[in-house]
Design a protein around this ligand. Structure first.
Ligand code: PGA
Length: 250
C-alpha cells in the first residue's frame, strides 16, 4: 500500500531501554533485517539504545533498509555536559533520525518543551531528521487539541519554514502508549489532521501507541497517517514484520 504521492511509509521501531544484552540486540536486528529484505513501499528505521548503535550500524554502507535513529539526543555539539550524546556524534556514526519529545522523556525525565525545541534545532543543524512526538494525556477531544496545540507551538518555536519542512511528527496519545489500549482510528485521524494544520509544507505525520498487526492497517488506510512508531511490538520480530507486511500489501 503506497500513500497517494508515492512517498514511502515510515515505520519507526522504538526499542526503548531494550534488550538487555548486545547479543539479543543483534539477534533482534538480524531477524528484522531478514524479514524486510524485499520491502519496497516502506522505510524502516530502527532506534535502539545508544550503546548498540555502533555494532548494528556495521558494516557500512548504512543507506539501505533499515535505517537508524536514536531515541533522544543533546542540544549542543560538544563540551562539558556529562552523560550527553550530541546529534553530531550520531550523524558521524551513520544515524539519520532522532526521536525527540517522546512522552516517556517528558514524563520521567521532566523534559520541557523549551528543551525539546533546542534539541530539534540542534538535530537539524547536525543534518539529522527529528521525529517529534506530541500527545495528549486524556481522551477528551477538546483537551487533546489544546494540549497538542501548546506542545507544537513551544516545540517548533523559532523554526523557519525550511526547517519545518524537514520534520516528521508523530501523534502519540499518552494513554495509548505501552498500554495495549490503542486510540481508535477515527479519533487518531482528527488529531493527525489537527497536527497537519500547523505545517504549510507536506510533512509525514505518523501514529504511535499500542500498534499491532490487527490495528496497523487502519491507521494508514482509514486515518491517513504516513507511517507508524512502534514500541512493544518492535521487540517481537514476527509481529513487527507482520505489521510491515500488512501495511505493504497492495
Ligand atoms: P508502544 O510504544 O507501541 O509500546 O505503545 C509506542 C511508543 O514508543 O511511543
Amino acid at each position: 500500500m503506497k500513500i497517494s504521492n508515492g512517498v514511502k511509509l515510515l515505520i519507526i521501531a522504538n526499542w526503548k531501554c531494550n534488550p538487555i544484552t548486545l547479543q539479543k540486540a543483534k539477534r533482534l536486528f538480524n531477524s528484522i533485517k531478514k524479514g524486510i529484505k524485499n520491502l519496497r513501499n516502506s522505510e524502516v528505521v530502527i532506534c535502539p539504545p545508544f550503546v548498540y548503535l555502533p555494532y548494528l550500524l556495521k558494516p557500512k554502507p548504512y543507506t539501505l533498509n533499515p535505517k537508524f535513529g536514536a531515541q533522544d539526543c543533546f542540544w549542543g555539539k560538544k563540551g562539558a555536559f556529562t552523560g550527553e550524546i550530541s546529534p553530531w556524534m550520531l550523524k558521524e556514526l551513520g544515524c539519520q533520525y532522532v526521536i525527540l519529545g517522546h512522552s516517556e522523556r517528558r514524563q520521567y525525565f521532566n523534559e520541557p518543551d523549551e528543551m525539546i525545541n533546542k534539541k530539534i534545532k540542534a538535530t537539524l543543524k547536525a543534518g539529522l531528521t527529528p521525529i517529534l512526538c506530541v500527545g495528549d494525556k486524556s481522551r477528551e477531544a477538546k483537551e487533546d487539541i489544546k494540549e497538542l496545540d501548546g506542545q507544537l507551538e513551544k516545540d517548533l518555536k523559532g523554526l523557519k519554514k525550511s526547517s519545518l519542512s524537514k520534520l516528521i511528527v508523530t501523534y502519540e496519545p499518552i494513554w495509548a502508549i505501552g498500554t495495549g489500549n490503542p486510540c481508535g482510528s477515527e479519533e487518531a485521524k482528527l488529531a493527525g489532521q489537527f497536527i497537519k494544520k500547523h505545517f504549510s509544507e507536506k510533512i509525514p505525520i505518523l501514529y504511535g501507541g499500542s500498534v499491532d498487526s490487527q490495528n496497523a492497517e487502519d491507521y494508514i488506510k482509514k486515518a491517513g497517517f504516513q507511517g507508524l512508531l512502534i514500541g512493544n511490538a518492535s521487540l517481537n520480530p514476527k509481529e513487527f514484520i507482520k505489521i510491515i507486511k500488512t501495511i505493504n500489501k497492495d
